[in-house]
Design a protein around this ligand. Structure first.
Ligand code: UGA
Length: 469
């Protein structure tokens, strides 16, 4: 919305949220915004108070709007039918009901911005149009529903929005489609604005994330073979990525993908396939998630095996908690899953992240140890598991303190600063043998080995090459 306001000074953008604290944070006088995203603060500075406003005032703004973007979250359901796979649509539906109750006349374009299951637009249209006075044959309010999924990635959001590969708009009504296309056309070349029917647009969002996640799971599967066989997954990625049909992006082997989208959307696609009785399709899609879970487990298994079969009571330093660099977002971060396994082994886990706060880390870990109920503590706390966090988990603010007397460093997020530390000093501070397990492949293995570290990276084995080669 900030980018739309920035590129269209003549359009007034009102961002409504029922949460006053969140709106206050967006209105913060010193621009301490509630999320960290490179470049975002400059865009907000340029538009806030001019043609962009953050507000908790609902009725007036909704009534006056020509176009309403619905961008509430659609998390994976953790209960009931479709538990663990389907999207929880209750926030979405309640938005539709609220809009219907508020708007009494006129014509409005409703834009689905959240990632939603295919055919959601139809559900929304049914709710929105269910209050029309059909008996008198009058249509007092006309709603046009458009799907306009977002393809930006966190950490590069502003750049992605500035130069999107494409903008996708799905809908039936030509006039509404063109109205929204015009908003984007103020900075996106027309040929990059794709229009489709509404179902194709909804489906394309899920499929794009499925394909991206699938590439990561594929290269992660190969990373396991590389470790066993002596090949180096980075070299394999480079070699195959030069084939223009494959392409170089999203071939970085890692400790598993995280973030709020990939797992949720792939599971959503699985659920969709199941609901159409396409079990083979669902099973195929699910393997992307199964491989991601395996990669996380495998990382800790390798760690424990390398460290003489036990990490109990050993100090393990975790560098990085965010799901990727340049964001404070921790949703579905592999670091959370890895730390859970470390705690289950009764290791003493010391976490350092340059941006993620201590309350966030503690909340995430307690939620995870408590069965991952999305922070809903109305469920009975599993005291034993939660106690592991209290007793064995420490959040550090100084990386050098985090490594003091540590047995191993785990690189969980690819923050640039991890590459710049004085590793001679780090080596001196650590227990020996000093291990580094690089889950992101960002460290200089040769240099660290020459200092004396035992270095293990995803998809790489320091095995001696064959004497016959
Ligand atoms: C992803 C998609 O890339 C966006 O196009 C999409 O709009 C977004 O989801 C969404 O649906 O909202 P995002 O989750 O922000 O974006 O970040 P990515 O850069 O895709 O990274 C996701 C995860 O995959 C991260 O944990 C990252 O470290 C990991 N990853 C990425 C790898 O392990 N290897 C790679 O080669 C690339």
């Amino acid at each position: 919305m900030a980018m739309i306001a920035y590129k269209n000074p003549d359009i007034q953008v009102y961002v409504y949220d029922m949460n006053q604290n969140r709106i206050n944070a967006w209105n913060d006088a010193d621009y301490n915004l509630p999320i960290y995203e490179p470049g975002l603060v400059d865009v907000i500075k340029a538009v806030r108070g001019k043609n962009m406003f953050f507000t908790t005032e609902y009725e007036k703004n909704i009534q006056e709007a020509d176009c309403i973007f619905v961008a509430v979250n659609t998390p994976t359901k953790h209960f009931g039918m479709g538990k663990g796979r389907a999207a929880d649509m209750r926030f979405y539906e309640s938005c539709a009901r609220q809009i219907r109750a508020t708007i009494k006349e006129g014509r409005k374009i409703i834009v689905e911005k959240s990632t939603v299951p295919t055919r959601t637009a139809e559900t929304i249209a049914t709710i929105l149009n269910s209050n029309q006075n059909k008996a008198e044959g009058k249509e007092v309010v006309k709603f046009d529903i458009l799907s306009n999924p977002e393809f930006l990635a966190e950490g590069t959001a502003v750049a992605d929005l500035e130069k999107p590969d494409r903008v996708l708009i799905g809908g039936q009504n030509e006039e509404a489609l063109n109205a929204l296309a015009d908003v984007y056309a103020s900075w996106v070349p027309r040929e990059r604005i794709i229009t489709t029917n509404v179902w194709s647009s909804e489906m394309s969002k899920l499929v794009a994330n499925f394909f991206l996640a699938q590439r990561i799971s594929s290269i992660n599967a190969i990373s396991a073979i590389c470790e066993a066989s002596g090949a180096n997954v980075a070299e394999v990625s480079k070699a195959i990525g030069t084939d223009s049909r494959i392409g170089p992006k999203f071939l970085n082997a890692s400790v598993g993908f995280g973030g709020s989208c990939f797992q949720k959307d792939v599971l959503n696609l699985c659920y969709l396939a199941e609901s159409y009785h396409l079990q083979e399709v669902a099973d195929y899609c699910y393997q992307v998630i199964a491989m991601n879970n395996y990669q996380r487990r495998r990382f800790v298994e390798r760690l424990v095996a390398t460290m003489f079969g036990t990490i109990t009571q050993k100090k393990i330093t975790v560098f990085g908690f965010a799901f990727k660099k340049d964001t404070t977002d921790t949703r579905e971060s592999s670091s959370i899953y890895i730390c859970k396994q470390l705690l289950e082994e009764r290791a003493n886990v010391h976490i350092y992240d340059p941006k993620v706060t201590k309350p966030q880390i503690l909340n995430d870990m307690k939620t995870m140890m408590n069965g991952n109920y999305d922070g809903d503590f109305s469920y009975p706390l599993n005291s034993h598991e939660t106690q592991l966090v209290d007793k064995h988990l420490f959040v550090e603010t100084d990386p050098m303190e985090a490594v003091r007397d540590s047995h191993a460093i785990l690189i969980m997020t690819e923050w640039d600063e991890f590459k710049t530390y004085d590793y001679n000093k780090v080596f001196d501070l650590m227990q020996k043998p000093a291990y580094i397990f690089d889950g992101r492949r960002i460290m200089d293995i040769k240099q660290l080995s020459s200092i004396g570290f035992e270095v293990f990276a995803i998809g790489y084995s320091s095995q001696q090459s064959s004497p016959f080669l």
